[in-house]
Structures are given as C-alpha cells and as structure tokens.
Design a binder for this molecule. Structure first.
Ligand code: 5AD
Ligand code: SF4
Length: 511
C-alpha cells in the first residue's frame, strides 16, 4: 500500500457541526477511527528508513504572513515532536509567536498518560473556543498521544466541533498536507494512523535551546505494562540507525551544544529490531562516548533490558553522566507482576547492586505509581522500603490513572481515592527526605555546572545543572552562560543547591 492509499484507508473526516454519533455517513472515504486494538498489533513488517522528506512545491509559502503557536503537554518525546513541527512550520514560511492571541494556527500537542493530562487539554479547548469565535480564520489543531485514541477523537467531534484538525503521532510529517486540507475544507480534518509509519530521518527541527538538545534514538514501546497507554499511542519499537544518531550528535556538538539527552520510551530496547546488525544501547553509548560533546544523558530506562554491557560502558564515564533514571513503579513483586513489568523486587535490587558496584557515585532517580488496583498496605510499604534500600535521590510519583483500552482499566479496584492520596503523601514525604539528604551531601563540594541562563527568580543569579542533574544557583558573569564552570556548593535546599563560582584555573576535584 502506498502512502496515499494508506492515508485514504485511515482518514476520517467529519462535519464540524455534527450532533450525530454515527459519523460514517459523512465520509467519502472509509470511516476508520483510530483503533487501540489495531495499535496493539505488532507486525513483522520491515521498518523502512526515509531521508526524502521535502515540502511540496504547492505548499511553499503557505505560512507567509502567518504565525504559529504550539502548546506542549507531557514528556520530552512530545517536546521534541514540537521542535519538529516548529521546523515544518518555519519551512512553510510561518513565524513563531509566544501568545495564542497573536497566532493564526494553534496546535495542542497532547499527552494521554494520565486522566488529568487529558482534562487539562479539554479545559484549554474550552478557552480557545472564544478565541476561535473572535477570529474565525484561526486554525486550531489537536495532535499528540490523545489524538491516537478513538474516544478522544469522538469526544472532540461531538463536543468541540470548532477544532479544525486532529492528527496523530505517526502523522507529524504530514503537517503540510493537513494544514492545506484544513485551509481548503470547511470540515474538520482528522488524520490518525493507528499503525506506526516508517522512520523519517530528515525532518526539519527548530530546537528550543542552544545549550541542551533532545535526540530521538527510537520510537514506540513493545513492553505493554498493563496500566500504560504509550505502546498504543506510539506504536511498535523502531530504532534509528546508529550512524544517523551519531551524525546528529556530531552536528549538535559542532553547533556548540554542550549536552544531549537521548530519547526513547525504553532506550534499553534500542537495536532489538535491527535484523542486519548486532548493535544495542551499550554499543551506541560506547560510540557516543567518543564524540566530542561534554554530556550525554538518556531517558527512559526499563530495568528488564538494562544489560551488563551498558553498565560496563557507563562506568567508563567521560561524557556519560553518572545519573540514571530507572523507573521501578512498585517495590512489591506481586504488584510488579500484575503491572506486567517482567521483573521482581529482588531482580531490581540486584540490578541496582550491579550499577552501584560499577559506578559507586551514581545518582539514581525513579518513577513510582501508587494505588494500582488492589494494592494492599503491605505492598505499598514494600515500595517505601525499596525506595529506602536503593536510596533514590529523587522520584516522579503518580496516583494510578485508568487508561481506557489497557488491561489494568478492566481490573476491579478496592482501593479508595482517599487511601491512594494518603499513600502518595507518605511517599512524597520520603522522596523529599531523600532528596534533601542527597543535596546536603553536596555541601562544601566543588561541582561542574552547565550554565543555562539567569535564574528564574533573580536575574543577578545564574543557574544550571550538575552531571547528576541537580539545579545549582550561583553568582557569576553572564559570559559563563552556555559553558561548564566549577561551583563550590555553600547551601543545600530540598530541590536546589546554592554556590559560588570558582576560578577555572584552580585545580579541583569534580563531583
Ligand atoms: N497511571 C499513572 N501513572 C502512569 N504512568 C504511566 N502510565 C500511568 C498510569 N496509567 C507513569 C509511570 C511511567 C511514567 C512516565 O508515568 O510511572 O514511568
Ligand atoms: Fe509504558 Fe511500560 Fe512502555 Fe514505559 S515501558 S512506555 S511504562 S509500557
């Protein structure tokens, strides 16, 4: 099936003012809403790589005299997708704007990971309706993970018919066609492919910063943790070719970037899908160690695929920082089993032991879900005890949120919201405690800080991050912005450090 046929078979279009629930009669093409069931299938078809993305002659100059605004929700992957969409907009002749009032096109790049992320978007759509009424030529689009869900598309069709475009995470490269269609048609343009597309290498990007950059290494996730919507909204695992990644990092280094963060839903599965080469995440990190860029980070890891070779490579440090984000989700083996995490508490602790043995000064952070269906007090206590045992320095903590279409959403739950909130509070108190302790340990130390700019609250103060990702505020010359400096830590708070910049000449031991 070529791209056009594929598009036609999956395209959905609807009249904006429809009150009907059966949309099929309105479509000239076959009505196929995004389907989580289809998205779940993992086919064997080969992934094709393209570097022939180009703006069609018909669309060049489409944005001349027009401005775009993209609001991004959710994870770094979404932030990076926004950079790609901004790149496409600029190539079409649009200018960026910082305010919705000033924009001719507004995109909401959405997140579906928890219900409150979705509620925020629906709330915002309510506000934007007024803007749309004042400015009928304004184009309003919803894209990102929410757009991959049939229930969301139907809700927008029914309740927010003023939306002009809905497109999915696999359709970003089709933004020029989608915009063109929206300008030409009075109907809502909906283009959501349930199945992932190929890997497209040469999409333009406008990066949000000049010091740190995101670099995708893979797309999708095959883990199917029972609570998680991501494998459905982002499709199957597809790795970028190593040479393309290394070249992108080299180019970023040549442009003066000081830090890159490699992105993937499960970076440890990198390379599993290659059929012609035996090349995994450890190999990629080993190759990136040789690139002349000061810092390389990655997110996010799955403990199950974190192998010994990767640990060995990370232990060589250099530009590979000693901070690992390692989501554990729960400290109870029974919970982990129901969550479909494919490791036990003991296996996780063994992995941590190996990492600490190889990298004694490693800083570990994690993600934890509390209140998964039927989690008992004892099981929750196991999460607290695991947190203490590992000594995580920080964590992102969440109350479980049922996601339609996932196996966990069908589980009966006997835990009340009150209990879940209490558990979250107790966990957060522990997280704060451990963060404060980790920060206190920095007092008197000299750390390397990548200076990102003026502090948010005080333009007299500079701020930046250490290799372990701790935020440091200190006095220093503006000329230091964008460079790596040595800072002596004088004071520690729960989430930030204060310090004094020291002369670069001084011989120092860097933490
Ligand atoms: N409910 C709550 N938290 C979730 N996460 C993923 N899915 C859910 C859900 N349904 C959390 C996990 C994951 C992080 C990105 O979001 O902790 O690691
Ligand atoms: Fe979701 Fe699990 Fe994949 Fe992470 S590894 S994106 S939690 S399914």
């Amino acid at each position: 099936m070529n791209e056009k046929q594929r598009l036609e078979s999956q395209q959905v279009q609807s009249p904006k003012d429809s009150e009907e629930k059966d949309y099929s009669k309105y479509f000239q093409t076959v009505y196929r809403p995004p389907s989580l069931k289809d998205a779940r299938r993992r086919g064997k078809e080969e992934i094709k790589y393209h570097d022939d993305f180009d703006i069609d002659e018909r669309f060049k100059g489409m944005g001349n005299g027009r401005k775009f605004y993209i609001r991004t929700y959710g994870c770094q992957m979404n932030e990076h997708d926004t950079e790609v969409m901004a790149g496409i907009f600029m190539n079409l002749g649009y200018q960026a704007t910082e305010t919705v009032e000033d924009a001719d096109v507004i995109l909401m790049n959405t997140c579906a990971i928890r219900e409150n992320a979705e509620n925020k978007v629906f709330g915002e759509l309510g506000h934007l309706k007024h803007l749309k009424m004042e400015k009928p030529d304004l184009l309003l689009g919803v894209c990102g993970c929410m757009a991959q869900q049939e229930s969301v598309v139907n809700r927008i069709l029914e309740k927010h018919p003023f939306v002009d475009m809905i497109f999915g995470t696999h359709n970003i490269h089709r933004l020029p066609e989608i915009l063109n269609e929206a300008y030409m048609s009075k109907e809502m343009v909906v283009e959501v492919w349930s199945k992932e597309g190929d890997v497209i290498e040469n999409l333009p990007k406008v990066r949000a910063g000049k010091i740190k950059a995101w670099v995708n290494i893979m797309y999708g996730c095959d883990k199917f943790c029972t609570y998680c919507i991501v494998p459905y909204t982002r499709g199957k695992e597809r790795s970028r070719r190593p040479e393309d990644i290394i070249q992108e990092v080299r180019q970023l280094a040549a442009h003066g970037y000081k830090e890159i963060t490699l992105l993937g839903q499960n970076v440890n599965a990198y390379g599993k899908d290659f059929e012609d080469i035996d090349y995994r995440f450890g190999d990629l990190m080993d190759d990136l160690r040789k690139v002349d860029i000061p810092r390389v980070r990655f997110t996010t890891s799955h403990p199950r695929d974190f192998d010994d070779h990767l640990i060995e490579v990370l232990a060589n440090k250099g530009n590979l920082v000693e901070h690992i984000h390692l989501p554990v989700q729960s400290g109870s083996s029974a919970m982990l089993k129901i969550m479909g995490r494919k490791y036990t508490r003991e296996q996780f602790l063994e992995l941590v032991r190996k990492i600490k043995q190889a990298i004694p000064d490693v800083s570990l952070s994690t993600d934890i879900i509390v209140g998964f269906p039927n989690e008992t007090d004892e099981q929750f206590e196991e999460t607290l005890s695991l947190y203490r045992e590992v000594g995580f320095e920080t964590a992102y903590t969440f109350i479980y949120s049922a996601r339609e279409g996932t196996p966990a959403a069908k589980m009966k739950d006997n835990v009340s919201m009150e209990v879940k909130k209490e558990r979250l509070q107790r966990l957060n108190a522990l997280v704060n405690d451990f963060s404060r302790k980790a920060m206190e340990a920095h007092k008197g130390q000299i750390v390397e800080v990548l200076v990102e700019g003026e502090s948010k609250n005080n333009p007299e103060i500079l701020s930046g991050y250490t290799r372990k990702n701790k935020l440091v505020n200190f006095k220093g010359p503006k000329s230091a912005i964008g460079s790596l400096v040595q800072v002596k830590i004088t004071d520690a708070k729960t989430w930030t450090l204060n310090g004094e910049m020291i002369e670069a000449k001084e011989s120092v031991e860097v933490m």
